[in-house]
Design a protein around this ligand. Structure first.
Ligand code: AMP
Length: 458
């Protein structure tokens, strides 16, 4: 069923949010509901399951949190040990942290307890936090499966279940864990599933775990925020480093997130940027949770201008001032393009997304254009010019970098020998050079019985 009567002009009170939550919502700076909130809040308050297709940055956290919090507040504060009244599952640690932060803002002074269960950090404090029971548990699936299996968390009293960014959970191989966790919750639960895209597997999952959901769709699948100016720069992989550094020399690129396809690639781009005289932080799945949070905090508070990220790690990053997204490589999955560029142009702000595309990536570019339903304009074509531009920061190249580009030393128009710039930026495919999230398949775990699993990161 589609909820066609989205009441965009109504305030939060008209949508059914009342009492203290109205105050905290206003305190959070949310004056008028966003379309996803106008669409999802009324059916969730009615007790209906909701299947929502919403872009990142659309305001979905408050869309599912406010109705659940309304109901939890009405129940009072009695909780059973180790239980959670509501469970919100998110694909990445960063997104889980962000959701919990939003919920804490929305429940300021309201005696609603929250907990975070994530991999990559100590489980001790999580187990301790869960001991008396909590109102809202925000978790990544991997660690939660472990804690449920070990009896440290019980989902038997969980009557609200939210799957956020469900398509990403699917990509990351969490789908079995998600199904297992859903099964462990209360039979009479209410379920909301939010996803930026609706691949068949997600539709099937929704059918399996939801009861006649109301479908809320605020932007057609694959649509990119209208405010984002998108373009493509045609360039060979070997030229990309130089093009990126030249671009970043422009200070109009105030706050930039650079996406690389692999963890290895992200490290390499960061290293090259540093060699070219830029300060950049990097965030990917091989970094410790502390390092990721530190990089993100620096980016958020403006002390770091450039953040290099892989798709997985960047998921859910909500930094309002990102002026530019640069896709150093095209993603393997076209849907990821939508998520990537959604990091800019948030909350109605303008944003610019530039994609560097090597001829070998042209099939991926076509896929992207298919799902965004538009042809990306070509802002620059470097394919005929192996020498993009003189090195703006040549002085900063290490003296012993014998392979450094010698662009400025060549007569104009003369093509360099060999591969253009001599420097082999991407030499071969390292062993771990697979896109993040493509984990080697691991054995399926059945139910919550059996042996204690080893601790692992989400
Ligand atoms: P989300 O999609 O939940 O990550 O939200 C994206 C951004 O929109 C966050 O920065 C929120 O703080 C902001 N936001 C959510 N709802 C509203 C609202 N009704 N009015 C203004 N900003 C909002």
């Amino acid at each position: 069923m589609t909820n066609e009567n989205i009441v965009e002009s109504a305030g939060f009170a008209e949508l059914g949010i009342s009492g203290p939550l109205l105050k905290t919502t206003a305190g959070a700076g949310f004056d008028m509901p966003k379309p996803i909130q106008a669409g999802a809040i009324p059916p969730l308050l009615e007790g209906r399951d909701v299947l929502a297709v919403a872009q990142t940055g659309s305001g979905k956290t408050a869309a599912f949190s406010l109705p659940i919090l309304t109901k939890i507040i009405a129940l009072g504060t009695k909780r059973l040990p180790k239980t959670a009244r509501a469970l919100i599952l998110a694909p990445t640690r960063e997104l889980a942290v962000q959701i919990e932060e939003t919920i804490r803002v929305l429940t300021k002074g309201l005696h609603v307890s929250t907990a975070l269960v994530l991999g990559g950090v100590s489980r001790f404090s999580q187990v301790k936090k869960m001991a008396p029971g909590v109102d809202v548990l925000v978790a990544t699936p991997g660690r939660l499966v472990d804690l449920v299996r070990e009896g440290e968390v019980s989902l038997q009293e969980t009557r609200w279940l939210v799957l956020d960014e469900a398509d990403r959970m699917l990509d990351m191989g969490f789908i079995h864990d998600v199904k297992r966790l859903a099964k462990a919750t209360h039979r009479d639960r209410q379920t909301a599933l939010f996803s930026a895209t609706m691949p068949e597997e997600i539709a099937a999952l929704a059918e399996g775990i939801m009861k006649q959901p109301v479908r809320v769709e605020v932007a057609p699948q694959g649509t990119t925020a209208a405010e984002i100016k998108q373009s493509v720069v045609l360039a060979r992989t070997k030229q990309k480093r130089k093009i990126l550094s030249t671009m970043l020399a422009d200070e109009a690129m105030r706050q930039v997130i650079v996406f690389a396809r692999t963890k290895h690639g992200a490290d390499r781009v960061t290293r090259d940027l540093e060699r070219d005289g830029f300060e950049a932080a990097v965030i990917h799945g091989n970094k410790s949770q502390n390092a990721r949070q530190k990089a993100l905090n620096g980016f958020r508070d403006g002390s770091v201008r450039i953040l290099v990220a892989t798709d997985i790690a960047a998921r859910g990053i909500d930094v309002p001032g990102i002026s530019h997204v640069v896709n150093f490589d095209l993603p393997d999955e076209a849907e990821s393009y939508v998520h990537r560029i959604g990091r800019t142009g948030r909350n109605g702000a303008d944003g610019i997304a530039i994609t560097l595309c090597d001829p070998t990536e042209s099939a991926k570019l076509r896929q992207v254009e298919k799902i965004i339903r538009m042809k990306l304009p070509v802002a620059a074509d470097h394919l005929d010019q192996p020498d993009p531009k003189p090195e703006p920061r040549a002085a900063m190249e290490p003296a012993n970098d014998r392979n450094a580009p010698r662009a400025d030393k060549r007569p104009q128009g003369q093509k360099p020998r060999g591969n253009g710039f001599g420097k082999k930026l991407f030499s071969g495919r390292p062993a771990d050079d697979r896109p993040e999230g493509r984990k080697p398949s691991r054995p399926k775990r059945r139910g919550f019985g059996g042996r204690k699993p080893a601790t692992r990161a989400a």
